[in-house]
Design a protein around this ligand. Structure first.
Ligand code: GLU
Length: 296
């Protein structure tokens, strides 16, 4: 279901933490979040012939890869029709600028390890999936942004003694294959345990198989909001994760369109609406929007 801005703003600003956490517990519901972004009419006229944007606008269809198991960022419960979260909201904003309404977006689940292959094979047009911009990734795919900046932290059982990064030496810490998080924690002396998805990793922490989980703070807060009595986030962020929108390097013209559209959303309030209705509901403070990198 799509909400109008007034309703989304009321949901975002009018409720206290307790209700926010309750709402987050229902993160699977497609009713739980979202903005209603202005869908541009005759959008194809705004793009040059031969550009991917024109092709997409003329076709009226776009396929976007998002996470399905990260509350607040990209989440789709088994009974839901569509994913919800800040990343799908960014996807809806981009699609709207092509004249494509949210209902006509095809959402495809991406896990951390298949984001580059999905872009390279054309399986998806965009990846918007807690996808940190890195030099290694930018060598093989395009990444426009950042549209959000977070940092890596640790999540442990509520009764854990781990409360500093020094404490992870010799412990087993899970994260996800193909993520920046797994590489970073290995460098801190922990024994890394890699899984395909973050939800599998959370289960390992909850059942005591591993000592901690590590990834971006924004992702961890979503899981803590769902299990506030069992889990807690510890240590200050020890990396900078700048989330970008992935696109194929075969279509470099997409960078400027993505950057311009996100910049406009930051200026006209759509970005803030999107944030407050999704990650804001997980208890993450709404930050100042980051400055975007120039496109080459
Ligand atoms: N943002 C980090 C990354 O892109 C970790 C989160 C994730 O795996 O999606 O690797």
């Amino acid at each position: 279901m799509r909400f109008n801005k007034t309703k989304a703003a009321a949901v975002a600003t009018g409720l206290g933490l307790a209700l926010s956490l309750a709402a987050c517990g229902e993160a699977g519901s497609s009713d739980s979040a979202g903005g209603d972004y202005e869908v541009v009419e005759n959008a194809a006229d705004n793009f040059d012939d031969g550009t991917r944007m024109k092709e997409l606008a003329e076709s009226g269809e776009i396929t976007i890869g998002v996470k399905f198991d990260q509350p607040g960022i990209g989440f789709k419960g088994a009974a839901d029709d569509v994913p919800v979260g800040f990343d799908p909201e960014i996807g809806k904003i981009l699609a709207a600028s092509l004249g494509i309404p949210a209902d006509d977006i095809t959402w495809k689940e991406t896990i951390s390890d298949n984001r580059e292959p999905f872009l390279q094979s054309g399986e998806v047009d965009l990846v918007i999936a807690s996808y940190s911009i890195t030099d290694e990734r930018r060598a093989i795919v395009g990444q426009a942004g950042p549209y959000y900046v977070t940092g890596q932290q640790l999540m442990v059982p509520a009764d854990s003694d781990i409360d500093s990064l020094d404490d992870v030496e010799g412990t087993e810490v899970c994260s996800v294959t193909g993520s920046t998080s797994l590489e970073n924690i290995e460098a801190e002396g922990a024994t890394p345990r890699g899984f395909d998805t973050y939800s599998e990793c959370v289960d390992q922490v909850l059942n005591g198989t591993v000592d901690a989980m590590t990834t971006d703070g924004a992702i961890l807060l979503g899981y803590v909001a769902e299990n506030p009595d069992e889990l807690k986030v510890v240590v200050d962020p020890f990396s900078e994760e700048r989330y970008g929108v992935g696109y194929s390097l075969d279509r470099p013209e997409m960078c400027q369109w993505i950057s311009d559209t996100i910049t406009e959303a930051m200026d006209n309030g759509d970005w803030e609406t999107a944030f407050e209705a999704t990650l804001g509901e997980s208890g993450v403070d709404t930050p100042e929007p980051p400055a975007l990198d120039p496109c080459e």
